[in-house]
Design a protein around this ligand. Sequence first.
Ligand code: NAP
Length: 295
Amino acid sequence: MTAKIIDGKAIATALRARVASEVTRIKRDHNWLPGLAVVLVGNDPASEVYVRSKHKQTQEAGMASFEHKLPADVSQADLLALIAKLNADPFVHGILVQLPLPKSIHTETIINAIDPAKDVDGLHPNNAGRLAGGFAALSPCTPLGCIILSKSVHASLEGMNAIVIGRSNLVGRPLVQLLLNENATVTIAHSRSRDLPELTRRADLVYAAVGRPEMVRGDWIKPGATVIDIGINRLPAADGGKPKLVGDVAFQEALQVAGAITPVPGGVGQMTVACLLVNTLRAACGIAGLPKPAV
Ligand code: NAP
């Protein structure tokens, strides 16, 4: 058996097209544009690549994109002043502060300063709490993308056994809440979990968000299971060339056992920015009092 490869690129492209069409409709009917502000502190090369990609895709979706680049030694007070300005700006409906922040800045204080209605990363405690309570919330983008990918294989996740390996606030924990909202039965595993291979073998849906290259082996996977690989690990190339990207799942092994699987790259990573656009659109509609967009 060879698993179906879930095409994250195609699914993300279709999602961005639906967002763009909603943006066109808002512009036509109400004469304003949803706007996303991205704040980058310092010059971490990986963060710069992500921010460039967010800017490009926001513009391609027809939204207004505002970039704020601050030096690595910016004071926390100045960063908080910028957040306050963006919170008050009627042209900005979504605010994303690119993480990680320099060590001199207290990340939690910055996240807590973002207006929860504009918190398109879904990390503000109001949104995390609402999600945990089963209420409508802006949810973190990567977990949202994982749910969309899963539902591209299964129309409903109701009653399915899912395992989420990893419990970070960015990925694992919100993913568990989203799966519960889909009425899946969820096991959450972490570095202290016992007999992870056996726990994983019980799951119809496997989500790996660990940050350890190819940790989940083929013989951990239940035949026919759907595997969503969130990990992005850069392995140095043997010849000193470009690093190789691998996930948290041993792809070639899992491919022989799973029913469906996301590749790395070309899977979950593609969905994260697309879901950021979805969240910006939802935030904009929420702030303007428009119905939730159909994307
Ligand atoms: P993180 O904050 O470092 O969390 C890693 C989690 O994995 C922790 O909960 C940790 O458990 C658990 N873990 C570590 N070693 C383990 C082991 N041997 N067995 C079981 N669990 C173990 O990482 P993250 O931010 O969630 O990111 C996870 C991965 O997803 C990374 O590769 C990251 O690059 C990738 N990622 C991808 C996207 C995307 O767009 N595709 C977005 C975000 C993250 P403890 O809690 O017990 O320490």
